[in-house]
Each structure stands twice: as structure tokens, then as C-alpha cells.
Write a protein that binds this ligand. Structure first.
Ligand code: NAD
Ligand code: UDP
Ligand code: UDP
Length: 321
């Protein structure tokens, strides 16, 4: 049998590790490429025994010469704390990384999927966000390395498609959460859960009225694979996320209720350019991929709390019982 050889860049990250796992379960050979900027060997340690899984430590801002049948390009730090740590490297990863992966896809005539982001819409004045909306992004702010890097990557994908006939798939991913987020990831779901489990105050940035719409990881991974398998005519951009919208205050209360803790809330300054509202219009994903999320927030949060409880016990910051 000819197994499909699939490259996943950023495969040791939160989303990438779940994607690698799902592709292996579908009978693919998986080549995971990661420079461990935010990803960890621990996230994929359980896959290393699998003879169909291969790991290559490599930075995609440099050329990559491998032979594969399809490419998922996920490499890029995704948490504001991490993508702002070395903003120049973040832009390089999105832009030079896209050029290299598109060059690779062009040579191999392989379909390539880009993990783009709802962040291309910036702080949106259209709500919910549909794919036609061009966004409102500050080009020179502290989030720009991520937002503009991802926007430029989309430009490159569509130009390689138009100019070189590449089979591209641009997926705009909205906030996604679940097991295997890093304890120090810095994004809101992991922060709140870890703080609640430790009995520490939950850190709300601003007044907590800003909204996000949280998608569980298994729903996202199903959608990513559905887009790759949808045929060359499906190029996107396609929004992928859960339209259920929450304020950060609602999320904090839900996390405290699920952990059974009694943490207080502390209010810290809102970071610059923090979008006030975000909710995906997923009509296109429903129509073109037959995809919609299935896991309600409460169930997904419950599984994620279980995960962090186990991590805390193993690491010793929670009692063992
Ligand atoms: P993550 O930080 O957990 O994973 C990113 C991975 O990319 C890490 O393993 C990191 O080491 C690797 N990486 C970074 N720079 C690299 C480089 N130059 N070369 C090789 N590897 C590199 O983030 P995530 O949440 O898993 O996000 C994965 C992708 O999905 C990112 O492209 C992100 O922009 C996109 N995305 C994620 C979300 C979300 O909510 N999780 C939302 C929108 C878009
Ligand atoms: N590239 C790569 N692997 C390949 C083929 C190309 O990393 O197998 C890189 C190559 O180094 C180049 C980039 O992809 O910098 C863009 O390739 P393309 O063929 O589009 O442009 P060119 O090589 O003409 O600059
Ligand atoms: N946020 C918060 N407390 C935290 C971390 C984040 O209130 O400890 C807020 C943040 O200001 C933003 C929202 O939660 O309004 C989502 O932040 P995250 O970093 O998870 O994702 P992004 O801003 O990239 O959507």
C-alpha cells in the first residue's frame, strides 16, 4: 500500500501534535518539522515509537529539501507572549517560512495548507467575521509581527496559486484550546485553568468584556484534514472556529466553576491592540467542507481541566491525590 507522506511544520506545537496524531491514525506517514521555539519534544514523545512518524529539527526560515505528498504549514508561535518575544523571528517564520514551504510544494506539485488566523481581521468592526471582510490591522503595533506576517503569508499563498498553479488551502483558525497547551503558553484558557487549579487569582486583562469564540482541538483537527482532502478546487480562505462567543469574564467564571476552586479575579491592563470582539462566520466551512464544531465549550473545558490536573500532579504543583 502507498502510504501518503505528509509534512507537518510546527508539528511539535499544540495544534501540530494533535494533527500528527490524527494523520498517523488515518494511516499517513508523518514528517514533523519543528525548531522547538515554542513546541516541546514532550508533546510528540509518544509518537516517536511509531515507525510511520519521523521528527526533523529544522527552522523553516531556511530551505527544506524533503519528498512528501502534502504539506500542512503550522510553524509559527501563536500565543501573544511568545510571538512578541522575538517579533522579527515571528515575521521571518511566517514570510520566509511560507516562501520556502511554497517553493517546496511547487517543486513537489504537492497541495499545501496554511494555518492562517482570525488575527488577519485585527480588531474587527464587522461582527461576526466572514471571509470577505478585509480586516482592521495596525501595521506597526506589537501584534503586527504576527498579524501582518500571517497576512503576507496569505498573499504569498494566493500568488503562488495564481502564478504557479499551486493547490493551496488557506484556513483562518479562530481561538482553539485543549489538552497539550503548554502550562506557560500564556493564552487565556491555559492561564485561567492553571491559575484556578493552583488557587491563584485569575488574571483578567482589561475589564473582561472583550470576547473570543473558543474551538476545541479535536474539532479543528477534523476540519483541517477535511480541507486538505476536499480537492484542489477548495482553496479558501475558510474560517474555522466555534461560533459560541464568550466574554473573558464568562470564561473565568466557567473555569472557576469547573475546577471547583474559589479563585478571585484580578484586573490587569489590557495589552495594546487587543481585539475587542471575535466570532467566526462559519457558513463557508459548513457549505464547502460539511464541517461544524461538535464539542461544546463546557465539555472541552472539562477535558482540558483534567489534562492540566494530571500535568500539575506529575510536575508537583498539585498534590498527588
Ligand atoms: P504553538 O506555539 O503551540 O506551535 C507552533 C509550533 O511551531 C511550535 O512547535 C514551534 O516550536 C514551531 N515553530 C515556530 N517557529 C518555527 C520555525 N521557524 N521553524 C520550525 N518550527 C517553528 O502554536 P499552535 O497553537 O499549535 O499554533 C499552530 C499554528 O496554528 C500557528 O501557525 C498558529 O498561528 C495557528 N493558529 C493557532 C490558533 C490557536 O488558537 N491555537 C489560532 C489561529 C491560528
Ligand atoms: N525551496 C525549498 N525546498 C524545495 C524547493 C524550494 O526550501 O524543495 C525554497 C527555495 O530555497 C526558495 C523558495 O523555496 O528560496 C522559493 O522557491 P521558488 O522555486 O518559488 O523560487 P526560487 O527558487 O526561484 O527563488
Ligand atoms: N487574556 C486575559 N487573561 C490572560 C490571558 C489573556 O484576560 O491571562 C485576554 C486577552 O487580553 C485577550 C483574550 O484573553 O483579550 C484572549 O487572549 P489570548 O492570548 O488567549 O488570544 P488572542 O488575544 O490572540 O485571541
Amino acid at each position: 500500500m502507498n502510504r501518503r507522506r505528509t509534512l507537518v511544520t510546527g508539528g511539535a506545537g499544540f495544534v501540530g501534535s494533535h494533527l500528527c496524531e490524527a494523520l498517523l491514525a488515518r494511516g499517513h506517514d508523518v514528517l514533523c518539522v519543528d525548531n522547538f521555539y515554542t513546541g516541546e519534544r514532550d508533546s510528540i514523545a509518544h509518537l516517536l515509537e511509531n515507525p510511520n512518524f519521523e521528527l526533523l529539527r529544522h527552522d523553516i526560515t531556511l530551505p527544506l529539501h524533503v519528498e512528501v505528498d502534502e504539506i500542512y504549514n503550522l510553524a509559527c508561535p501563536a500565543s501573544p507572549v511568545h510571538y512578541q518575544r522575538d517579533p522579527v523571528q515571528t515575521t521571518k517564520t511566517s514570510v520566509l517560512g511560507a516562501i520556502n514551504m511554497l517553493g517546496l510544494a511547487k517543486r513537489l506539485k504537492a497541495p499545501i495548507l496554511q494555518a492562517s488566523t482570525s488575527e488577519v481581521y485585527g480588531d474587527p468592526e464587522v461582527h461576526p467575521q466572514s471571509e470577505e471582510y478585509w480586516g482592521r490591522v495596525n501595521p506597526i503595533g506589537v501584534r503586527s509581527c504576527y498579524d501582518e506576517g500571517k497576512r503576507c503569508a496569505e498573499t504569498l499563498f494566493f500568488d503562488y496559486h495564481r502564478q504557479h498553479g499551486l493547490a493551496i488551502k488557506v484556513l483562518r483558525i479562530f481561538n482553539t484550546y485543549g489538552p497539550r497547551m503548554h502550562v506557560l503558553d500564556g493564552r487565556v484558557v491555559s492561564n485561567f485553568i492553571v491559575q484556578a487549579l493552583k488557587g491563584e487569582p485569575l488574571t483578567i486583562y482589561g475589564d473582561g468584556s472583550q470576547t473570543r469564540s473558543f474551538c476545541y482541538i479535536s474539532d479543528l483537527v477534523e476540519g483541517m484534514i477535511a480541507m486538505m482532502e476536499a480537492g484542489d478546487h477548495v482553496v479558501g480562505p475558510i474560517n474555522m472556529g466555534n461560533p459560541h462567543e464568550s466574554t473573558m469574564l464568562d470564561l473565568a467564571r466557567a473555569v472557576i466553576a469547573l475546577t471547583g476552586g474559589d479563585s478571585e479575579l484580578v484586573f490587569l491592563p489590557l495589552p495594546a491592540d487587543d481585539p475587542q470582539q471575535r466570532r467566526p462566520d462559519i457558513t463557508v466551512a459548513q457549505r464547502e467542507l460539511g464541517w461544524e464544531p461538535r464539542v461544546p465549550l463546557e465539555n472541552g473545558l472539562r477535558d482540558t481541566v483534567h489534562y492540566f490536573r494530571d500535568v500539575g500532579r506529575a510536575a508537583g504543583w498539585l498534590p498527588a491525590d
